[in-house]
Design a protein around this ligand. Structure first.
Ligand code: NOJ
Length: 519
């Protein structure tokens, strides 16, 4: 039995497409919408329920599209609105839902709103779209997440705030005109037929009144750290009414449109406030993504997840990889904590053990796919793709690399184009010309989809089998209980309905006896 149409998001397996790197139809080395359309059939056979597309809107691409200059148009790099409509219709024809990325915390500095604000000058209503301040020095001690100060000064003397790159000015969400503009943007895409949104950095949209200093300057650019006393740039209460309005807009459309917030707020009991019944449908479970892969950490995280999300009637999502962190097939092949993972690995760093990493990653995915709730997969993980850990500096494009003068290599290593058919002269099927905006490492040929298709025991077939079983047993809507007598320091075992899932977290073999009631 498949998931019922209503509540589809409670159990859906959602596959993240990173458009730049999925499939390139026009041979310019950049993935595009027609490329996605042409490959949707293979995603259908993988057994997923929905896709989420990272940004493809007009953008100068200073942060790979997370710097939007027009929210209601497609960047020519990726195609046209017509190409988007074709992609959407094809996905729907295959029974796949489509979520798109919405980036409301900041625009590009090339957005009309920012250009108008710069032109209109200090004190103008146009400047009220963003956070502008006077002064000889930066207005506070905030730092950019990508390194360096979070303020840039214009020639007229005013500073503007950007929690990310200087090309990504933060919007002023206290301004009703900003709120209205985004409601129109939501409607624009909902009218086109999208099934929902993945919302970028929603926890950054509200800023504490008066934009005060961060209490601990050492942490002022670190994102937030759990337990930190109210950082002035993260998770302000003022944002919740905005999402309630958005939810009402989504709910006013036919079908069930859903939104997933990239709300990086911990502990999970706090994150759960974002998925109260009238706000987001889902948030990414970053606790799970960040957890060291040990029995005790994962057990604690799973318990915390069910308790927190259950308390507000929301599903947990489960996620192991995305475009901002080291791929889990590499992360699990070494000692790579969250900080290193989100900063990537370069040629001079300790390298992961690819074989060990892949074994552990596939096992981790199987453990995760048995859990009730919704699961996010990141493109390429079904092939067991490793991170590109030897990318040379001249190819690096993540703004983090330049802003930290190479101290942090950034996230390019998890964004390398996918290998479809093993043949290096065509970037392994990514692009007919062989062009590729980031070069694939030589090893990618051996992970190509065509070499894994119908090959018993390949990572791809293992994913397909697990996804089919998840659907058949309706595990996403299932139940959960630990099987205590099988759990130990190195093993976790749980039951979802009649399915028993056991997982050995160690690299050495172990055995356990399963009672007849558990077989
Ligand atoms: C989170 C996105 O996932 C990341 O890729 C981006 O750089 C930042 N938000 C800024 O938009």
């Amino acid at each position: 039995m498949g998931a019922p149409e209503l509540d589809w998001w409670r159990s859906a397996v959602i596959y993240q497409i990173y458009p730049r790197s999925f499939a390139d139809a026009n041979g310019d080395g950049m993935g595009d919408l027609p490329g996605i359309t042409s490959r949707l059939g293979s995603l259908k056979t993988l057994g997923i329920d929905a896709i989420w597309l990272s940004p493809f809107m007009r953008s100068p691409q200073k942060d790979a599209g997370y710097d939007v200059s027009d929210y209601c148009d497609v960047d020519p790099l990726f195609g046209t609105l017509d190409d988007f409509d074709k992609m959407l219709a094809t996905a729907h024809g295959l029974g796949l839902k489509v979520l798109i990325d919405l980036v409301p915390n900041h625009t590009s500095d090339q957005h009309e709103w920012f250009k108008r604000a710069v032109a209109a000058g200090p004190g103008s209503p146009e400047r009220e779209f963003y956070h502008f301040r006077d002064g000889d020095v930066p207005p506070n001690n905030w730092q950019s997440m990508f390194g360096g100060p979070a303020w840039t000064q214009l020639p007229d003397g005013q500073w503007y705030c950007h929690l990310f790159d200087s090309s990504q000015p933060d919007l002023n969400w206290e301004n009703p005109a900003v709120q209205e503009a985004f409601e129109d943007i939501l409607r624009f895409w909902l009218d086109r037929g999208v099934d929902g949104f993945r919302v970028d950095q929603p926890h950054a949209m509200g800023k504490a009144e008066g934009l005060p200093d961060h209490p601990d300057v050492a942490r002022a650019g670190a994102g937030f750290i759990e337990g930190e006393p109210s950082p002035p740039m993260w998770f302000q209460d003022s944002v919740h009414p905005i999402f309630r309005k958005w939810r009402a807009i989504l709910d006013s459309y036919p079908g069930e449109r859903a939104m997933c917030g990239e709300a990086y707020v911990l502990p999970l009991s706090f994150m759960a406030l974002w998925v109260r019944p009238d706000e987001f449908h889902q948030t990414f479970n970053f606790r799970y993504l960040d957890s060291p892969w040990t029995a005790s950490d994962i057990r604690a995280c799973v318990d915390e997840s069910f308790a927190a999300f259950g308390s507000v009637g929301a599903p947990s999502t489960w996620v192991l990889s995305n475009h901002d962190v080291m791929r889990h097939a590499s992360r699990m092949g070494g000692d790579f904590g969250r900080t290193t993972a989100s900063d990537g690995v370069g040629p001079n760093d300790p390298q992961p053990d690819a074989e060990l990493g892949l074994k552990r990653a596939v096992a981790a995915t199987l453990f995760t796919l048995g859990l009730p709730g919704s699961m996010y997969l990141y493109q390429g993980e079904e092939l067991g793709l490793p991170e590109h850990t030897t990318l040379e500096p001249e190819f690096r494009q993540d703004p983090t690399f330049a802003r930290t003068k190479g101290a942090r290599v950034g996230r390019d290593g998890c964004r390398v184009p996918l290998p479809w058919e093993a043949n290096s002269s065509i970037s392994n099927g990514f692009s007919s010309t062989g062009k590729s905006w980031l070069p694939q490492p030589a090893s990618y040929a051996s992970y190509s989809r065509d070499l894994q298709e119908s090959v018993e025991g390949s990572t791809l077939e293992t994913y397909k089998r697990a996804l089919a079983m998840r659907k058949e047993l309706n595990l996403g809507h299932g139940t959960f209980e630990w099987v205590e007598y099988l759990c130990s320091e190195s093993v976790l075992a749980y039951r979802n309905g009649n399915l028993l899932v056991t997982h050995n977290f160690e690299t050495s073999e172990t055995s356990w006896e399963v009672g007849h009631q558990d077989t």
